[in-house]
Design a protein around this ligand. Structure first.
Ligand code: KIV
Length: 265
């Protein structure tokens, strides 16, 4: 699984054979420039999810439920999950949390909307977690993570993302659950993996998180191309005749005679 936020990237990933595309609320940071995912709205998610769904022919597309679209009440959660499915064409929604969001997961799945869970580092809770750090390292928190994962499965989630969880704990949770786990910073023993594509392509400024592998430096490739374009347009090297369209000479001469009679004399 990879994140995707627009039509052309989704189409490219889909044609490469990706199993699932996540329209993550990480779009708040990597596409919209916020410093967290908290400001992302339902309208933002719907806008981007529509584009990704249009670009995907075979991959499962999952859209994140943004902050405060499911926390306030179960009824609101069902209505917002329904909007995401109905208005965008995605196949499932994802929401963050453990036992505390199980009533929402139950009600949303009962309404025939497939739900993916998200446990461990849940970025929408950044202010209560106290920062972007590995979760479940001490005995109590590790046990709670296991119990939360089991609760999310019992509530009806069809899969669960495990973010920034120690590899051994993620492996244990993966063995204990019947549903697939999808890891990000959770080691190799999860059933699947997900990355934010800007991270794996070097397109997002700042320090690379330890769990990210950089598969290409697309940022550097794009930077070179942008610089060449600026230089060539300024120096006249671009565009050349091969990038231009022609018009019948006779028509052009008629127009010149009409509009620029002084330059003819
Ligand atoms: O929003 C997102 O991109 C995510 C992934 C980090 C799993 O939730």
């Amino acid at each position: 699984m990879l994140t995707a936020y627009d039509y052309s990237t989704a189409k490219l990933m889909d044609s490469c054979g990706i199993d699932a595309l996540l329209v993550g609320d990480s779009l708040g940071m990597v596409m919209l420039g916020y410093d967290s995912t908290l400001p992302v709205t339902m309208d933002d998610m719907i806008h981007h999810a529509k584009a990704v769904a249009r670009g995907s022919e075979r991959a499962l597309v999952v859209a994140d439920m943004p902050f405060m679209s499911y926390q306030v009440s179960v009824a609101e959660a069902v209505a917002n999950a329904g909007r995401l499915l109905k208005e965008t064409g995605v196949g499932a929604v994802k929401l963050e949390g453990g036992a505390e969001v199980c009533p929402q997961i139950e009600a949303i799945t009962r309404a025939s909307v497939p739900v993916m869970g998200h446990l461990g580092l849940t970025p929408q809770s950044i202010h209560t977690l106290g920062g972007y750090k590995v979760q479940g390292k001490d005995r109590d928190r590790a046990r709670r993570l296991v119990e939360d994962a089991r609760a999310v499965e019992r509530a009806g989630a069809f899969a669960a993302v495990l973010e920034c969880v120690p590899a051994g704990l993620a492996a244990l949770i993966t063995r204990l659950l019947q549903i697939p786990t999808i890891g990000i910073g959770a080691g190799a023993d999860c059933d699947g993996q997900v990355l934010v594509y800007q991270d794996m392509l070097g397109l997002y400024p700042g320090k690379k998180p330890r769990f990210v592998k950089r598969y290409a430096d697309a940022g550097a490739v794009m930077e070179r191309a942008f610089r060449s374009y600026i230089e060539e347009t300024e120096s006249g090297l671009f565009p050349t005749a091969e990038h231009a369209f022609t018009i019948d000479e006779e028509i052009l001469n008629e127009l010149k005679t009409h509009y620029e009679p002084e330059s003819r004399s």
